[in-house]
Design a binder for this molecule. Sequence first.
Ligand code: ADP
Ligand code: MG
Length: 286
Amino acid sequence: SVPLSFFGGIGAASKQGILVKGSNYLEALNDVDTVAFDKTGTLTKGKFSVVQIKPQSGISQTELLQMAASVESNSTHPIAISIMKAYDGKLLSADNVTERPGHGLAASINGRTVIVGNSKSMKQQSNFIETQTVGTVVYVAVDGQFWGSIVIADKPKPDAQQAIKLLNNRGIEKTVMLTGDNEKVGTAIAGKLKMSSVYADLLPENKVEIVKELLADSHKNSHKVAFVGDGINDTPVLATADVGFAMGGLGSDAAVEAADIVIMGDEPSKVARAMKIAKRTRQIVI
Ligand code: ADP
Ligand code: MG
């Protein structure tokens, strides 16, 4: 049997835009000592803007951007949306489009193979040079030749700093960033938010492995691990953590489905608010 006050807790949470799928998740929150966060769309706005377009010699900025946009027009990733916003010319028609989570996209345009994605997706391309910058970099290669890079920048949500601070105030010192983005961007944003650690360059399956390591550490001390994410890539991690939070405002339906707790809107600080409600609920039970 479930104490009635747990339903009270779920009700109180829902009034604050926090949808808890079962009283056991509210109870589990009391034992959490580690909170891992996805970066893009969870701690950052996920609204990138193009800040630099750097073609290889012989290729114009417009040609580079057109090639990228023609491929990205097939994706709903925040990166894709930002590239579409920066390009208002004609799109080339792309066939056989495939999206590789944590990498980028591949497609065929006028019989040429086009790859648009991060440095991991450029491993086989000739003349590839990594761009050194604090920014998310999208690279373009055509028929095995590196064409250049597009640098885009995202910003932390105003609420993200508060999210980490409120957790620290609750005695939760392990705040971990898990990101598929590069190390420079990850470190810069995690540092700004005063998070305790950051793991970058991760594929969705690497995020699962790291959460499993965090779980092993926490469980040793009878503690629990929460994960907060928004994207379709986050679904396996949401299912792996003891308590999975999906940001429902901008998030994907798959993430909302896989989560134990759904945060309506886009404020990661609601994780700490949910913990406050969980604690109050437990005190009422005892
Ligand atoms: P995060 O883990 O920060 O939320 P994602 O897992 O959504 O980020 O994406 C990880 C990385 O994969 C991105 O930083 C980007 O380098 C690359 N990527 C994913 N989708 C795309 C895309 N549509 N176009 C270009 N690059 C992409
Ligand atoms: Mg994300």
